[in-house]
Ligand binder design. Sequence first.
Ligand code: FDA
Length: 304
Amino acid sequence: MAGPLFRAPILWATGLPFVRRLAQEGGLVRRVALRFVAGETLGDGIRVARTLNARGIAAMLDHLGENVASPEQASAAADAYVLALKRIQEERLSDANISIKLTQLGLDVSGATCLENAARVLEVAGSTLVMIDMEASAYTERTLSSYRALRKRYSNVGVCVQAYLHRSAGDVRELAREGATVRVCKGAYLEPPSKRSDVDRNFARLSATLLSAGSPVHLATHDPRLIEGARRFVEQRGIPRERFEFHMLYGIRRDLQERLAAEGYRVRTYIPYGDKWYPYLTRRLAERPANVWFFVTNLLRRSG
Ligand code: FDA
């Protein structure tokens, strides 16, 4: 994770309208994005999922998009997920599910619009798990209450919590009591800075609370120290491997994903696809200054 010193300016600069425009117009930056994104179509996502499944790695498809402003856009995003679920079923992928963002399904339009769209997706999903991503902290409360409203009607839904938020310890205790399926991640949005070591410690604590409670846990990190810590924790306590999965992002630490899978751990790769890749790309850049250099040189080549 880039320190707070880097993350805020990177997210700020890449959010500037002219940088955004320049980046999205150019084929070169699109190529940078393709390091982290399977491609612009559902077919691209399915192709990557199939390849990973063949290597013993499970897949989680993410149709890119967020913060839609109209009911029509929100409904179109739900349609895209319905299509993805149908393709997963038709293609008989051995292990694939999906992850959604509530602002993509209309949370900024209204809570009711968002719930209606999410319910439509969950209905089609059947027994396939649908995870809810956690977005910026302005949405945390509404995301958790929407998750709870959906969980009353559907058992195949889970939610993400972010270790960089102080509130997550309390949220995780509640979620563990409720038997929720929870993804633990460090957090990728523009928030007041927190010390890297505090975030790491909190990630380990949140994971330990959930693992000890017997909740199904998704440990979403590429951090080798946290992964090693989790392995030691489950081994010492005899927690079965079916209770948790290691989750990583497409394009990051493929070597580690394959190694863990070869050692018999359940590993799942989060596979984003679609043409709304820009905000997702900026978060991946902000995590690692080296990625920014790659981005800037591509941008300069385009504008020069
Ligand atoms: P950290 O950033 O410390 O990275 C550890 C190592 O991983 C680095 O040293 C490097 O080797 C590699 N690495 C990490 N990021 C990289 C990058 N961008 N490029 C190249 N190498 C990189 N966040 C959120 O706020 N809401 C959410 O819903 C989710 N969902 C989610 C799902 C899954 C499956 C994952 C893996 C992650 C998320 N995240 C997320 C993102 C998460 O919050 C976090 O920003 C990233 O995972 C990076 O943090 P790490 O835990 O990997 O540690």
